[in-house]
Design a protein around this ligand. Sequence first.
Ligand SMILES: Nc1ncnc2c1ncn2[C@@H]1O[C@H](COP(=O)(O)OP(=O)(O)O)[C@@H](O)[C@H]1O
Ligand SMILES: [Mg+2]
Length: 266
Amino acid sequence: MENEYLILDNLYKIYNPATAGEVTALDHMSLSLKRGEFVTIVGSNAAGKSSLFNAIAGSLELTSGKIILDGARIDHLDEHVRAAYVSRVRQNPNESTVPSMTLAENLAMAKARVVGAGLGKGVRKEWRPEFEALLKPLGIGLEKRLETEMSLFSGGQKQSVALLMATMIKPKLLLLDEHTAALDPRVSEQILRMTDNEVRKHNITTLMITHNIHHAIKYGDRLIMLERGRVVFEASGEGKKKLTIAGVVEKLEAKVADFEEEMIAR
Ligand SMILES: Nc1ncnc2c1ncn2[C@@H]1O[C@H](COP(=O)(O)OP(=O)(O)O)[C@@H](O)[C@H]1O
Ligand SMILES: [Mg+2]
């Protein structure tokens, strides 16, 4: 365990405990990642994926369990404290960037997180060349549109910027929350390639939730399947490369059926 960079230790979350609406969302789930490891997460609806990310990012308080990142316990820290080194990109392109601000102002906001310049939207003159240099390699001409209001960009352009904002702070952990699910297939592939580039370039430890099994197999070092708040399957290396979409779907369905039987047996 010592050389693990992210340790999710026995995470347990019950919503509405001791009421008729009691739900176990995370059922003593444990998972560890090495530094720079890129893990994809699949699971059916209600498997606990969002609860897991909310617990890591700090918007959800665990019932019990520990979260250790880079040697320090973070599960008791406020969300805004964790935001300095845990980045998250969400599904909705309008949630990860500020639509009413310009591209430069959005990037300045991310930059301010690193240099501790507060949350002002002020764009320092010396940051412009840096922003242009960051945008240029994306190859979609955004470096010429720093003064354009974010709302005028397409979904794919917004997610490219969101990803850049999330990675430019060199986070200790990157949480990708179905970040390409709202995009058309071609743009979705582009954003995933960009994701892979940024993650590898900066060696960012990454968790990516996706409903797209093909993407979960193709990207990342390890695939895990979450069901009823537990890790029920995982594959890495050669085992992961050999996975097929049909095989993973079959496994998912089998796990869901197992749980249903378990519920009936109770
Ligand atoms: N705020 C909440 N209050 C009560 N139950 C919740 C709440 N959020 C999620 N749940 C329940 O917890 C379980 C896991 O949900 P969630 O983490 O959203 O799963 P996923 O993202 O994999 O679909 C589901 O049964 C869901 O209905
Ligand atoms: Mg969810």
